[in-house]
Design a protein around this ligand. Sequence first.
Ligand code: ADP
Ligand code: ZN
Ligand code: MG
Length: 672
Amino acid sequence: MYLPTIGLEIHIELKTATKMFCGCKNNPEEPQPNVNVCPICLAHPGTLPVPNREAIGAVLKLGMALGGTIAERSHFDRKSYFYPDLPKGYQISQYEEPLVTGGILNGVRITRIHLEEDTARLIHSAPRPNGDRIKTNKKRIFDRNSVEFGVDSSANDSGATYVDFNRAGVPLMELVTEPDVKNAREAVQFAAGLQRIVRYLGISDGDMEKGHMRVEANVSIRPNGDRIETNASIRPNSDRIEANSDRMNDDRIVLKDESYRLMGLLFEVQNKLGSVYKEKNYQDAIEEVLKREEISYEREKRVPLKLDGKAISDFFVDFLIDGKILLEVKATKFITQEDIRQVLRYIREVNVPLGIVANFRGDKLEYKRVINPTFAQDSVGFDRNSSASPLGTKVEVKNLNSFKAVHDAIEHELERQEHLLERGEKIAQETRGWNEKKGVTESQRSKESAHDYRYFPEPDIPPLDLSAQAGLTKWDLEKLRQEIPELPEAKRRRFEAEFGLAPEQAELITEDMAFADYFEQAASEFKTYSLPTTDYQLLCNYLTSDLRGLMNEKGTDVTGLKMTPEHFAHLVALVAEGKLSSRLAKDLLAKMFETGEDPEIIMKESGVRVIGDESELDKIVGEVIKKNPKAVGDYKKGKGNALQFLVGQAMANTKGQASPEKLRGLFEKKMK
Ligand code: ADP
Ligand code: ZN
Ligand code: MG
């Protein structure tokens, strides 16, 4: 058995008005080549780059949204390498002082987020029948003909390569994760979660197919067996742990989801307050965010301290969160072994699985997790398989242009590595490319040929001072923070609580912010109808199946909808009131989709009606009962769905123009 370890590097093109270091329009999809260009992005000598404030703001916002630490000082570096799509011979990037460090998404820790410039795009014409073509790992674009490019068409089959500089200098952010991803599915979840967030923040369209978002996966495996001691913080002074310690499984992270969520909140506190305050200030701030997040907690919980089982005095733990996690807050130079031993003692006395020591004094939040050995093998444990043995040799997989590619390439690469190890072979550290057609990864370059980028600080751009304390904040951090909308995770949780939606429903509806807003507006209108029950699930179902179906069919997005959320809510309310059968509702929705008109008006105009006349319905019900003696018998035996069946039959007889509720009532009365 092998344990997979995966770290992701994700590039995202930012949707700013202009490019990263010049005033050219930022439109990498411009079909006409080389129109959004100037001496700066064409790399003419002697030009001066000026960083794009909007792009920096976008990265800072993402950093805040992910609970990362915003750098107080940051600078750009030159990353030197040669490639035809990079005429300067170097890329302006960030190496030593990225804009953001830390943060967490879906339980995966984020190492850093930095900003750089995108390269030009190379376009390779069709190869000569048997001539050789310039080799490149860039995506080939064949669907542009030579006329469009204004080049001699005889050059088209020469195997020539063209350069389009529209994309050169487009702001590109890079996010690097810690090797916390365990499998292909988690990698896709992370990438999809990130895509959703950048879309919510409006900083990128994050379309993988269009190259807005590009994922690279670092993949390694290692045998699941002999463990080597590490100085991982998870392991408190092990020789103090009692006899059951050999049973203790180091490969588990206890309360993973809860503690990562808590970590995110602690990062937030650190970001907002900075590092200059006293313990008590941080405690107050933590209390505030716990309240806001509606997480149950006890502050200053009193616990008797025992000696040989006898209580000698009391101690007070800073926080007991959700009855599970003990949190000790510090504002000291660093966390000491003594602090950890103390927390270990506390969590045993209080009998909770996990302790966290969080130290706010440094410029980065320092934290240690301490696991209660008694709980380490409990069901609260979570297989983590990290940091217990050294990681295997990593292979970097590139060319992942879709979520499917991310998934399939990782699966394949894990398999390939397993086969190698099983055959007793070594894994070479290298870069491999995903070949979508063949479904395999292929070697692109080995470690020996790895670049030495000769990073050095970009002399043409002064360092950025983002320090709030210095009062020099050029980037108004607080304003940026306020621009962050409610994020997908929070919205999902709120929709579940507020509208009683099932988790999958809430997930589906919050995938797209505009769609979620549409639902919310419809819901607030829906509430104003005096319905027997305000069934938001019904509203949600119409939205996610019927309306979404129409939108997909016609290629409309939410912003292009003619139908207002109010009219949509009205339609669903008519269904809920029994004034409209679901069959008719479908037709009506299709009409509303076309015209944007109010459902009742369409009903009047098109003569759609609901048969409400008792005697007419009575007749129909009588006929159905006569024709379906078996179902009637079943109903009398107490089978609930027999009634459903009969109502369905009657609905069919009326071509859907009857109220199912009325029919149900009539059936019940007649079959008593
Ligand atoms: P490099 O210097 O080769 O770029 P980094 O340490 O910067 O390597 O890591 C790059 C990415 O690779 C990060 O996402 C990191 O999490 C991941 N990574 C590092 N070591 C491993 C490993 N052994 N297995 C899988 N991923 C790894
Ligand atoms: Zn330019
Ligand atoms: Mg690296």
